[in-house]
Design a protein around this ligand. Structure first.
Ligand SMILES: Nc1ncnc2c1ncn2[C@@H]1O[C@H](COP(=O)(O)OP(=O)(O)OP(=O)(O)O)[C@@H](O)[C@H]1O
Ligand SMILES: [Mg+2]
Ligand SMILES: [Zn+2]
Length: 274
């Protein structure tokens, strides 16, 4: 027997809004009844809408965590510098650099310590990268909707040496379809709102035209897109200009403004502290 169960209409009070509404009571073959709806149609819709929003919020939380993990994989800080923070930096030793890096916002920065090593340049820039990657919002809802948008990793830290090696690597590839091209490297770097290049000029390059071409491409991309860059170097400004090239240095001057070049002096923290 497959005859349909019978039903009857009944007026009930909505448990949420208290309004009377008409609903269908379904009657089984054995005569017992299924419980009627307790919510009117509007309240049911509202409940479904809320559940959907809750689901979206939960999904956003999951995406945010995954995105944070991704950021940690791509932001470039490694080894002991993962532990460097503004809190574990003795700011009284380098108050100007500390304030400039901690307050980093509107303009690019160059930390110069000509001839001075171990004064905390790498510590400070890694503290900033660690802070940004831990605190910036990784994903959110598109305004006016519940569509999730993932935000870009806010910062990428590298050294001049690593950067040049990464680009040279693209010339050595045998298989054209495999691995990143030089253009891929520039495009990948351009996606980060802040790029930090540590140890500019630490190693004397064999090929200045290659090095200056790389700097020009990177700095000009950031100049045009109004993205920020932070460089650290043991060179003075004149030497830096010779190293990266005049065209890059000229753009950098504008990007940093008059307060963006921070000179750091002092003894190396590596020996003899405490
Ligand atoms: N003011 C400071 N407070 C706490 N630790 C510091 C401070 N300055 C430097 N250090 C520590 O001393 C070590 C050397 O500092 P860091 O590597 O940042 O110097 P640097 O200026 O980058 O040196 P180099 O020019 O050789 O690259 C690091 O372990 C760093 O955490
Ligand atoms: Mg350093
Ligand atoms: Zn209702």
């Amino acid at each position: 027997m497959t005859s349909k169960p019978s039903r009857r209409k009944e007026t009930v009070k909505c448990v949420t809004c208290g309004r009377d509404f008409e609903t269908t009571v379904w009657i089984r073959h054995d005569g017992t009844e299924l419980p009627p709806d307790t919510l009117c149609q509007e309240c049911q819709q509202e409940k479904r809408r809320r559940e959907e929003i809750e689901r979206c919020k939960k999904e956003l939380e999951e995406v945010r965590e995954l995105q944070r993990d991704r950021w940690y994989e791509e932001y470039g800080v490694s080894g002991m510098f993962i532990e460097k923070t503004f809190d574990n930096f003795k700011h009284e030793l380098q108050p100007k650099a500390f304030n400039a890096v901690k307050g980093f916002k509107d303009h690019s920065l160059v930390l110069l310590s000509p001839g001075a090593y171990g004064v905390g340049k790498t510590h400070l820039v890694c503290a900033l990268a660690n802070h940004l990657v831990a605190t910036e919002e990784t994903a959110g809802f598109r305004p006016g909707s519940y569509a999730i948008i993932r935000h870009r990793c806010p910062v990428h830290f590298t050294t001049e040496q690593k950067l040049l090696a990464r680009i040279r690597q693209t010339y050595n590839r045998r298989d054209i379809d495999d691995g990143e091209t030089e253009e891929d490297v520039y495009n990948a770097l351009a996606k980060f709102p802040l790029l930090i290049i540590d140890d500019v000029g630490k190693v004397r390059p064999r090929d200045y035209s290659f090095l200056q071409g790389v700097y020009f491409r990177i700095i000009d991309d950031r100049y045009v897109n109004e993205d920020k860059i932070i460089l650290t170097t043991n060179l003075d400004f004149r030497e830096l200009e010779e190293h990266i090239g005049g065209a890059s240095a000229d753009r950098l001057r504008e990007m940093c403004g008059k307060n963006g070049f921070i000179k750091m002096t002092g003894k190396s923290y590596r020996h003899g502290q405490g």
